[in-house]
Design a protein around this ligand. Sequence first.
Ligand code: SAH
Length: 455
Amino acid sequence: MVVMGKVYTVRCKGLDNEGRGIVEFNNSTFSVPYLLPGEKAEISLVYGKNKTWAKLERVLTYSPDRVEMSCPVFRRCGGCTLMHMSYEAQLRWKQEYVARVVSQICAALDPPKILPILGVQGDPFYYRNKIHATFAVNSRGETVLGLYEESSHRVVPIRLCAIEQPVAARIRKTVLRFARAQRIPVYNEDTGRGILRHLMFRVANDGSVMVVVVVGQGIFREKSLLADAIVKNHPEVRTVVLNYNTKKTTMVLGDREETLYGSGYLEDVVGGCEFRLSPRSFYQVNSPQMERLYRTAIDFAALRPRDSVVDAYCGIGTITLLLAKAEPAAQITGVELNPEAVADAKNNAKSNRLSNASFVCADAGSFLKEMAVRSQKLSVLVLDPPRSGCSEEFLRACCMLRPERIIYISCNPETFARDCRFLSAHYHLTRVQPVDMFAQVAKVELVGKLERRRF
Ligand code: SAH
């Protein structure tokens, strides 16, 4: 019998796919956050509505991979699920995780070559170029900015964060000082009253910053004053956007926007191409690693003149344009569902003078199906779907179009493996390159190369 409130002594056997320690006792298996393989520890159990959680109380014997972290909100904010592990050990775990998932889908006869993970060169901290914080009121009635505590709706105030670019902390301070001095009410999720809801930043490679202030009301009288305070104190801020999100939702950004300062978008340079991105467009969060991820995808694609290429789930057209630049005689079509990102992508093609890239706003599955129905030519397919992977419609259309190569960029090895299995009758997964886009976090990114089988 497992008893609530009681402390159990356990030994950790390994890590699960979310980087939590696996322990077994009383014929049950539990996942314990922040526990490392080989460690002996005391844990307790917390009973939720539908689930029982294991909580680490005390480590009794330490793993050589454990490191001391000085981050003041480590474990409370719940974001950095691997920060207690040395960076080398994090990379080792990510490599093993990819190998394990991939080996489950490949027959013993033709396993792919899994290349050593591309880890961060230099400091694996202070990298996030997209930073988000939520406004809240603390127990003293003061306005604070922080992150939601893991699996709860409490906001943990954040002054410094060890994985975000440091400029964010400085701007947060200015915004908080302004909000407190002007007594601007914080938005209340339950009543729908109040104004300040979220603050988001994006930082370009040259240090330029976009600030997005999200409000829960249609009227925010001090908006220009706030933009002035931000711009005056932080010359690196190139644009300030006000986003209205008046709905009861967990989504950060609403549909309506107003530019308070600058152009309303951020410009960044990646792989020699210039990209503009709007507040709601997707962008990889680790810029130096993004460049290495894309370089791998372009190498795997090995385009030739006259190739007809689709870059599915293309966002603002980063990979599309780098492919177009790599092989000017190939035709590349980017497909993306978010109209704002498609507008960015079209603009980016124009400003980089890449006339061999074009963009379509559509669901990637419907687009490929339409291509298959019309028996259109497809030489290489590049895809970079969200965590949920591809739809069956997408994969079926793939098998009908029969491109020579498929380059699959994935932020979720499990859906990647599922989709590769679907394609395995026609395609052989030959290479996998893991890339660490999320140092300190138990998330793995990879690029897979699938080649059409010759029967
Ligand atoms: N390749 C881009 C974006 C990858 S993120 C980059 O590296 O920056 C995944 C993208 O897929 C997002 O831009 C999202 O808006 C888009 N998306 C999500 N579902 C989609 C669908 N069904 N069809 C097309 N695009 C989709």
